[in-house]
Write a protein that binds this ligand. Structure first.
Ligand SMILES: [Zn+2]
Length: 509
């Protein structure tokens, strides 16, 4: 007897993807028989047909054992229209019906079959939009797992796979340095790039030319994701950098590393890592040797190092520019520098320019201040969800109290009607309660708009559009400077600074 079959596939665990179990359950609900056969490929992408259970399913179909195949969505079978058509034709040839839970149509009718073809075309178009963003053939070619060519990064040699695809061959001694550099720089607080270079040299590590590494070479090595396991965590990190992805999110499963390609040839690799908006990232065909969390943490240290170097630029106050106010006179605090190789110091224009203020901010260390405030912002972000709940809870309590007061008013009026209260007492009692009710209504409205304000502003800000709601974790330290600026603009009204470095943050909400 022919049996019904369910096919489910999930490439990686994602918040927005439907789990294999849920897919199977939904298919089971549509199945006509009690015990359909279940075929499932966990951890396989739909871009090709190299999937063990898919192969088993089609062996069963070719053996004439399957009456109907149920899937949750068309793209579970294949994301590629050529593959899909081939598989579908096999099903037709063996009289196997095909039912998709999500695309509800009956493939036993002509209309249903036509619908299915159209949907399959759209599914493929969706996949291709990612690739169409970069029309260049070169980009297209590298999305199928390869090394795009060019000089091999430190730690590797250019090589070819068995199928003659370009790849990289590890140079173990060199990769040891890469590992050592990452873990030392991350694990040793206060270790500067320069002292890391010296340490590595003393340990016997050499450049390819046999010399000592210099800070910028080492920094470039540590910025290169070709050493890193390209998993979902790294994908999300690059998402915040607004880089263009040449592979789909589900392909970022940690099995390979990734590589950044600059849009314009001839970009120096330093700027390549600084502003990623113009760059694209693709998955290589070599495994990563550094875990993504280590890479991300090293990037934030490297960035701090950069920021220190840039502290003398006109926008030295960075994301806090315009927000720092003098506690004594209220003027907006500015930064001044005496010479290019000296760290800038904070100063109140009320003192320096208008001569109306006696406060000096020379002892305030800006980097420390920036770090402290960064931590407070992180704390604020981490508590958004809790704060929303708290406000909603508060509103519930206020509404309950309002109902009580309304009942009391009714009772008072009833009592007065029976002649049990004098007019003066009644009026005073009503006024007292009415005032409280008005206060409650105002507070409820403020709570509601506070919750909405954050939601609307965070979710609709084009700089912050990676934020999808209060459950999303934002790592403030990893944001781009312009994103930090946007966030500070949104969250902080002003920061009142005292000459001893003490400060109070006035949050917008
Ligand atoms: Zn002042």
């Amino acid at each position: 007897m022919r049996q019904e079959a369910i096919y489910a596939r999930q490439s990686v665990d994602k918040k927005d993807s439907v789990s294999i179990e849920a897919q199977i359950e939904q298919c089971r609900a549509l199945a006509k028989t009690q015990e359909p056969l279940v075929f499932q490929d966990k951890g396989f992408s739909g871009k090709n047909t190299e999937r063990p259970d898919l192969k088993r399913l089609f062996e069963a179909i070719r053996a004439g054992r399957i009456s109907t195949v149920y899937v949750y969505k068309l793209d579970r079978i294949s994301r590629n229209i050529v593959d899909f058509n081939q598989l579908y034709q096999t099903m037709e040839a063996y009289g196997t019906e095909f039912v998709s839970v999500n695309e509800k149509f009956d493939t036993s009718s002509v209309m249903g079959r036509a619908m299915m073809q159209i949907i399959a075309v759209f599914a493929q178009m969706e996949r291709e939009t990612i690739q169409q963003r970069v029309k260049d053939n070169y980009y297209y070619r590298i999305t199928d797992g390869r090394w795009a060519g060019g000089p091999a990064p430190y730690g590797y040699k250019n090589a070819r796979t068995e199928n003659n695809v370009p790849t990289l061959k590890p140079v173990p001694e060199e990769l040891n340095l890469v590992r050592a550099a990452f873990s030392l720089y991350d694990g040793t607080a206060h270790l500067s790039l320069a002292s890391l270079c010296t340490w590595l040299y003393n340990q016997g590590y050499r450049t390819r030319k046999g010399g000592k590494f210099v800070s910028c070479t080492l920094s470039r090595i540590m910025q290169n994701p070709v050493y890193v396991q390209a998993d979902q965590k790294l994908y999300k990190y690059f998402q915040t950098k607004k880089i263009k992805f040449l592979n789909e999110q589900e392909e970022w499963d940690g099995s390979t590393s990734c590589c950044i390609v600059a849009k314009k040839k001839g970009n120096s690799s330093l700027s390549k890592y600084e502003d990623m908006k113009e760059q694209s990232v693709y998955l290589t065909n070599i495994p990563g040797i550094v875990p993504s969390h280590l890479y991300i943490s090293v990037q934030s240290r490297l960035k701090k190092n950069e920021q220190f170097k840039r502290a003398n630029s006109p926008s030295a106050l960075e994301e806090l520019a315009g927000k720092l106010k003098c506690a004594s006179c209220g003027h907006t605090i500015k930064s001044y520098s005496q010479s290019t190789n000296m760290r800038p110091y904070l100063s109140c224009p009320g003192r320096a320019t208008h001569k109306i203020c006696g406060e000096s901010y020379r002892k305030v260390n800006f980097e420390t201040l920036q770090e402290q405030i960064g931590r407070e912002i992180q704390g604020y972000l981490d508590s958004i969800e809790g704060r929303e709940r708290q406000k909603q809870e508060e509103n519930r309590k206020l509404e309950t109290r309002k109902e009580e007061l309304k009942k009391e008013l009714d009772n008072l009026i009833a009592l007065a009607a029976k002649g049990g209260l004098t007019a003066e007492v009644l009026q005073a009692a009503i006024e007292e309660r009415q005032t409280e009710i008005n206060g409650i209504e105002l507070k409820v409205q403020m709570n509601t708009s506070a919750v909405d304000f954050l939601k609307v502003n965070l979710e609709n800000n084009s700089e912050l559009n990676f934020y999808h709601g209060p459950q999303e974790h934002i790592e403030y330290g990893l944001l781009l400077m312009e994103q930090k600026k946007e966030l500070v603009k949104l969250l902080i009204e002003k920061i009142t600074l005292h000459s001893d470095g003490a400060y109070e943050i006035e949050w917008s909400l």
